[in-house]
Design a protein around this ligand. Structure first.
Ligand SMILES: [Zn+2]
Ligand SMILES: [Zn+2]
Ligand SMILES: [Zn+2]
Length: 238
């Protein structure tokens, strides 16, 4: 956190150094990312992602979208527009927030995006089926996504029963746990643990962690063996 000198922000443990929340999926020979936050460029460089087939957006908060300009590197590399998937509401917000991308002055160097509207129904990117997982982020509808037995939910503080149905059989779950204290629009640590118990995956990882959660090494000791705090650069095969 800018300007903070708490023990987490001063920690020398690499596991306490967190960029904004995003994941990269490799499946069926495709390379996909969920969300392009402000650290998108740094994350793609760090992980040496030389090819990207599509971007999927959970919602339009800036900490999940504001790296979208850097998609242009893939436009140049791959000589194609980048498919971007989101709900009608999310894509409308993208058009508003990044109006220069969609304006009449289509100058060279602009990112080139092809927007694809999704609903709550399962959709396909190439041969990969992706099932949206509607959740609530205070009043804002947000989508998590399920691919096979892997489910990813960021930015939620409530999960409707209809979405718990869609989560059945999840083996690997990634879900947001912001901090220890209650929060208006994110699960806190205790709530996230309860949600994991209800979904009952083989393994769960917490993401979207704030510095207020505490040190990785200390929080980790308190968690059940099936739950871990995610760290930047974590790779999971499932
Ligand atoms: Zn801090
Ligand atoms: Zn958000
Ligand atoms: Zn967020």
């Amino acid at each position: 956190m800018i300007g903070c000198s708490c023990e987490v922000c001063r920690s020398l443990d690499y596991r306490d150094k967190r960029l904004r929340t995003s994941i990269h999926l490799e499946i069926d020979g495709q390379s996909l990312v969920i969300d392009t936050g402000p650290d998108f460029r740094q994350q793609m460089l760090r992980e040496n992602i030389g090819k990207l087939d599509a971007v999927i957006l959970t919602h339009a908060h800036r900490d999940h979208t504001s790296g979208i300009d850097d998609v242009r590197a893939y436009n140049f590399l791959q000589n194609m527009n980048m498919p971007v998937y989101g709900t009608a509401e999310t894509l409308a917000q993208i058009k508003n927030d990044y109006a220069y991308i969609f304006g009449p002055d289509n100058y060279p160097g602009l990112p080139r995006l092809d927007l694809h509207t999704i609903t709550e129904n399962t959709f396909k990117i190439g041969n990969t089926s992706i099932t949206p997982l509607p959740v609530l982020h205070l009043r804002l509808p947000v989508l998590g996504f399920r691919v096979g037995n892997f489910s990813y939910i960021t930015d939620a503080n409530a999960i409707p029963e209809t979405t718990f149905e869609k989560l059945k059989g999840t083996k690997t779950l990634v879900i947001n746990a912001l901090q220890r204290e209650q929060h208006i629009s994110h699960f806190n640590l205790d709530q996230a643990i309860e949600i994991v118990k209800k979904i009952n995956p083989e393994k769960a990882y917490f993401t979207h962690i704030s510095h207020k959660m505490g040190l990785h090494s200390e929080v980790s000791k308190e968690l059940p063996s099936t739950i871990a705090l995610a760290i930047d650069g974590l790779q999971i095969s499932c």
